[in-house]
Design a protein around this ligand. Structure first.
Ligand SMILES: Cc1cc2nc3c(=O)[nH]c(=O)nc-3n(C[C@H](O)[C@H](O)[C@H](O)COP(=O)(O)O)c2cc1C
Length: 322
């Protein structure tokens, strides 16, 4: 029923993009998303060196013949990253689509994207950032509203306003997101003019998500009130799941604790252990308000099929009632 510019450009069956999920978007999970009809996005920052990253790309190619993208991380990291290294490897492996996201526009990298003929998607949270990357040559811009899981930036514009503002301000196609957990959200964002929809938080509660079952079960019990913002005082606002680690981070921030103390709580290593070992209070996990609409743990394919069927029903229902 739906045919959008982003589906054509990326050669995907559904107008759905799987959000890059740090420590989770590995080859297997990315392939599950691409095989389910969306665009899977591999998180390059998970991999510590060229060899590991190259192996992950080889594995991904074995697991899917559908299009996928690679995310290059522009957020400040405790472990410094040279994205030129990742770019060398992904070009060598014939990757065609790259997504960038983070605190800055990829001024140095974008020349290489263009020379290599990559399709470049940039994800951001505000119109001024979107206009900047469009000028730099981005082929598609993703905007995510304030309710989204992960980095929210400092502009705090909700999805319902950000997406139509991006659509009216940009010439390139827009992927919208922030709070999309079912087909109603897809229909709403397409109605706002988005040509694609990014889904992050909803994918945490899927069979293929490489997360301990304790964490998935805890997420099923969470409501839209169970997220909070952390790290705003250190210039890195994230919307995360409200657990003991998040509350601890917020308390340290309000006590004006030293940076190393805060970084110790938000350390990626702790999140990784939580994901694998299932101690649900150990680390910080990005999570959007859309968690309130998550009630089961389907496969990614069943989820996407269901979401798209619901989006079609919603659109037909609107037509009947008009
Ligand atoms: C657990 C988790 C980890 C994330 N990690 C990243 C990341 O490393 N890089 C990034 O650009 N976005 C990251 N995000 C944001 C998603 O890619 C996506 O933009 C966002 O989840 C969409 O909003 P939603 O969560 O409301 O669906 C993360 C989100 C979650 C829930």
């Amino acid at each position: 029923m739906f045919k959008t510019m982003v589906m054509d450009l990326l050669n995907i069956r559904y107008p759905l993009v799987g959000g890059t999920l740090m420590h989770l978007s590995d080859a297997e999970f990315t392939a599950a998303i691409s095989n389910a009809g969306g665009l899977g996005v591999l998180a390059s920052a998970i991999y510590r060196n060229r060899e590991e990253f190259g192996n992950a790309l080889d594995r991904l190619r074995q697991l899917t013949d559908r299009p996928f993208a690679v995310n290059l991380n522009l957020f400040p990291m405790m472990r410094p990253i040279d994205n030129n290294d990742y770019l060398d490897v992904l070009l060598d492996k014939g990757v065609k689509i790259v997504e960038t996201s983070g605190h800055s526009a990829p001024e140095a990298l974008c020349v290489r994207f263009k020379e290599a003929g990559l399709t470049w998607i940039h994800k951001c949270v505000g119109i001024r950032y979107a206009l900047k990357v469009q000028k730099m040559g981005a082929d598609v811009v993703t905007v995510v509203g304030y309710e989204n899981g992960g980095a929210t930036g400092k502009l705090d514009v909700g999805t319902l306003v950000l997406v139509p503002r991006a659509v009216e301000s940009l010439d390139v196609p827009v992927i919208g997101g922030g709070g999309v957990s079912d087909g109603r959200g897809i229909a709403a964002l397409l109605a706002l003019g988005a040509q694609g929809v990014i889904v992050g938080t909803r994918l945490l509660a899927t069979k293929e998500a490489p997360l301990h079952d304790n964490v998935k079960q805890a997420l099923l019990n969470a409501s839209e009130l169970d997220t909070m913002l952390v790290m705003r005082t250190i210039g890195s606002t994230h919307r995360v799941w409200k657990n003991a680690a998040a509350e601890k981070c917020a308390a340290l921030e309000s006590d004006h604790a030293e940076l190393p103390e805060i970084l110790n709580v938000v350390a990626g290593e702790k999140a990784k252990r939580m994901y694998h070992e299932g101690d649900v209070d150990l680390g910080i996990m990005s999570c959007g308000q859309g968690i309130g609409m998550v009630h089961d743990i389907p496969t990614v394919k069943d989820l996407f099929d269901r979401m798209m069927a619901q989006a079609s029903d919603v659109v037909s229902g609107l037509a009947v009632h008009c």
